[in-house]
Ligand binder design. Structure first.
Ligand code: HEC
Length: 242
């Protein structure tokens, strides 16, 4: 009983202080709320301007034309609503996905695809994890490779075609925001799409899957197989242990 009274008493005292000092004094409230918001802002913004936050790496190369096409499909299909691309610096994540994601790995990700929910696994280091044929079957029908999967099927990717003009437009836009595509890169979009697409179609054919280099699925596979690969190689080169 005595204890209860004591707690109640101190709460009352604190409540009175809060009421008189903050709630009844609008100027005080505004000043302290502003200070609290400023601290929150500084904590979020300052790291972006530190050397670690603005670091770039020559080991990360811009996406190829086909990978840009795949990335545009990833964004338009809303894959980021279920998948993050951010391995967090925690033991369980590193064991499952590999080295945690560094800021410079996103240097050509405009906009970045960090995502905010993980209904499916993180995809930041999915590149090289599965053969191309696995991705083909998984995108056509996720339950064929992963029984019980709640990922929706994307069968239209198998028949839809990508448009080289759209890819070119995306690359021109990316160049404006700082991705170092040369004029030759932009002029060579058709050849680049055909070459990388052809290589994937060739690997799929070895598994008995027939496709064509300009299908949407081929672009998505190129993009997925690329994710995290440069970063992992750069970290291994630096001898970073994880
Ligand atoms: C409704 C949520 C949802 C959406 C949307 C979604 N996925 Fe998934 N995805 C999952 C789930 C759940 C899994 C885990 C089960 C499985 O492998 O199918 C998964 C698994 C994956 C995997 C295998 C990852 C691994 O490491 O095993 C890839 C690759 C993938 N998704 C790509 C995509 C792409 C590309 C898109 C967009 C075209 C997409 N997903 C859209 C839920 C989703």
């Amino acid at each position: 009983m005595a204890d209860e009274k004591k707690t109640h008493g101190s709460e009352k005292k604190y409540g009175q202080f809060h009421r008189r000092f903050f709630e009844a004094n609008i100027l005080n409230f505004a000043v302290w709320a502003t200070i609290a918001i400023l601290i929150g802002g500084i904590v979020e913004i300052v790291p972006m301007f530190t050397p670690a936050g603005t670091e770039v790496s020559p080991d990360v190369t811009p996406y190829t034309a086909l990978e840009v096409a795949g990335r545009d499909i990833y964004v338009s299909e809303g894959c980021y609503l279920c998948h993050s691309q951010w391995v967090r610096p925690m033991r369980a994540e590193i064991l499952r996905y590999g080295p945690w994601s560094r800021a410079w790995e996103y240097q050509y990700d405009r906009p970045f695809q960090l995502g905010s929910r993980r209904i499916g696994p993180d995809l930041h280091r999915v590149g090289g994890k599965y053969p191309d044929a696995w991705h083909y079957e998984h995108m056509r029908d996720p339950r064929s490779t992963t029984p019980g999967s709640v990922m929706p099927p994307y069968p239209w990717l198998i028949t839809d075609r990508i448009d080289a003009d759209d890819v070119r437009a995306s690359m021109v836009a990316l160049r404006k925001t700082g991705t170092p595509y040369s004029d030759a890169d932009i002029a060579g979009v058709d050849e680049s799409l055909a070459a990388q697409g052809g290589a994937i179609v060739g690997r799929l054919a070895e598994s008995g899957i027939e496709s064509e280099p300009d299908r949407a699925i081929i672009a998505v596979i190129a993009y997925l197989q690329r994710l995290g690969v440069d970063g992992r190689a750069a970290l291994e080169k630096q001898g970073v242990e994880y």
